[in-house]
Write a protein that binds this ligand. Structure first.
Ligand code: GLU
Length: 462
């Protein structure tokens, strides 16, 4: 990307007005990937100039989300508000040179001016010495401001259509587009990668940079994220914030993989890639122009693949952390071994292994569906077979139960589903022989006996 100059400097610049959402997380990731790919630096800038909406809790939540995603930064977090003196100095410089001026015009004055100057014409202000008037940047009438976007190519904005726009309020506190432009320049940012909802701000930032005599950075505006229904991504499409993804039991590596594919390499948005591979292959210039679809079903599928392919020790650590349990607990380790193939998210793990730790809670729908009149005698026969099997491991258990199938002349499910409901409470669990073995002989026999009893009681009731 950067043929002539030194290592690039990127920045992620969230406004701490809420949690970090999926779109913001993708922006952070793309900046991080580009910085790592190019051997550059990533600066974290917190755009907290909106003093009412920016809270310390929101900042903490964003940092927490980035840490969970394992997206680290090289510099910062730098508070934009803390740079007020730098912004004031730039304002002073522009006022001294005449590039910016106070203008007493109110909104209605601007409208009246525009009404008299024809449609699409940007407002041109009148300098005043009146204290307390807002400060506007002088925008040339001629020419165009061209955003050379790394994704969309050059986009030309005619200067005449831009107002002499307000860069500072009457009390000299600066406005957003002014602060961003100064910060990008003074932090030596070479590449601005952000959502394309900011594209209309970019000409204003370029005009500020030009007025201050700064070289502009390169820009890449990322296409928006949509839900599978084609609408702008929102809460109704599932998890919306990074914390919600974490609580839903996704793995950071899977989330990085999936987010990376949203807009980049979209020929196949289910390709499993390690983060090292993403760093090696990612180029912001390869991001597509079309809106990308965030489909939680695909994330879930991809997450399941990461879960299955993780080394067991890592898997145990992740499950233990998610469940807030001791990773050294032998029962948890045994449970992890049998569930790893089965769960697509960490959140799905406990419902599949909870029966190993707690008495099962009968799922009545599953009970009615699975338990038939002949289930009682079959379960009793299974209990007999399990009472003496040695060792109590999956192979021996399978071998011991096979004759029961033959004796009752039934297919596997007719016996194994009732056993499953009896020992786990429900009809979904890890492999039945593994489940029986992990539960142990004593508890298995107890639970099967309880089911036989319930079936017998139900039979006499009829
Ligand atoms: N603070 C802006 C936001 O959170 C981003 C600004 C930028 O990247 O230039 O949307």
């Amino acid at each position: 990307m950067n043929m002539t100059s030194e290592n690039p400097r990127l920045r992620f610049a969230p406004s701490p007005t809420g949690a970090l959402h999926i779109g913001g997380a993708r922006t952070a990731l793309y900046n991080w990937l580009e910085a790592h790919h190019e051997g550059g630096a990533l600066v974290l800038r917190i755009e907290d100039t909106d003093r009412e909406r920016s809270t310390a809790e929101n900042v903490e939540q964003i940092l927490d989300a980035l840490r969970w995603l394992e997206l680290d930064w090289d510099e910062g977090p730098i508070s934009q508000a803390s740079r007020a003196e730098r912004h004031a100095a730039a304002l002073k410089q522009l006022r001294a040179s005449g590039a910016a001026f106070r203008d007493a015009a109110a909104g209605k004055d601007v409208e009246a001016w525009k009404a008299g100057h024809g449609a699409g014409r940007g407002y041109r202000g009148t300098p005043t010495e009146e204290a307390g008037a807002a400060v506007r940047l002088r925008v040339p009438d001629e020419g165009a401001t061209v955003v050379v976007d790394l994704i969309r190519g050059p986009i030309s904005f005619p200067n005449a259509s831009y107002d002499d726009f307000v860069i500072a309020r009457g009390d000299d506190t600066v406005l957003y587009n002014f602060a961003v432009a100064i910060d990008d320049a003074e932090m030596g940012i070479t590449d601005v990668v952000r959502g394309d909802d900011h594209l209309s701000n970019t000409p204003k930032q370029l005009l500020v940079l030009a007025a201050l005599g700064h070289e502009p950075p390169r820009y890449a505006h990322l296409p928006l994220l949509h839900g599978p229904d084609g609408k702008k991504l929102s809460k109704r499409h599932g998890a919306a914030s990074v914390q919600e993804l974490r609580d839903a039991g996704y793995l950071p590596a899977a989330v990085r993989n999936y987010l990376a594919l949203l807009g980049w390499g979209t020929d196949d948005d289910t390709t499993l890639m390690s983060t090292a591979e993403l760093v090696r292959r990612f180029r912001v210039t390869d991001v597509g122009k079309a809106a990308a679809i965030f489909d939680e079903k695909k994330l879930r599928w991809l997450n399941g693949r990461f879960m299955r392919e993780m080394p067991l020790e890592e898997y145990i650590a992740a499950v233990a952390a998610h469940l807030d349990r001791d990773p050294a607990d032998p029962a948890l380790r045994a449970a992890c071994e049998i569930v790893q193939e089965k769960a697509q998210t960490l959140e799905e793990v406990w419902p599949l292994i909870g029966f190993l730790f707690e008495p099962p809670v009968a799922d009545e729908v599953a009970w009615r569906k699975v338990m038939k009149p002949d289930s009682g005698p079959m379960l009793a026969a299974a209990a007999d077979a399990l009472a003496s099997v040695e060792p109590f491991d999956p192979e021996a258990i399978e071998a011991a139960l096979a004759p029961v199938l033959d004796r009752f002349e039934v297919k596997a499910g007719k016996l194994y589903q009732p056993i499953r409901v009896a020992i786990t409470g429900g009809s979904v669990s890890p492999g039945i022989f593994e489940s029986i073995s992990a539960l142990g002989r004593e508890k298995t026999l107890e639970r099967v006996a309880a089911a036989v009893e319930r079936l017998a009681a139900a039979a006499t009731d009829e």
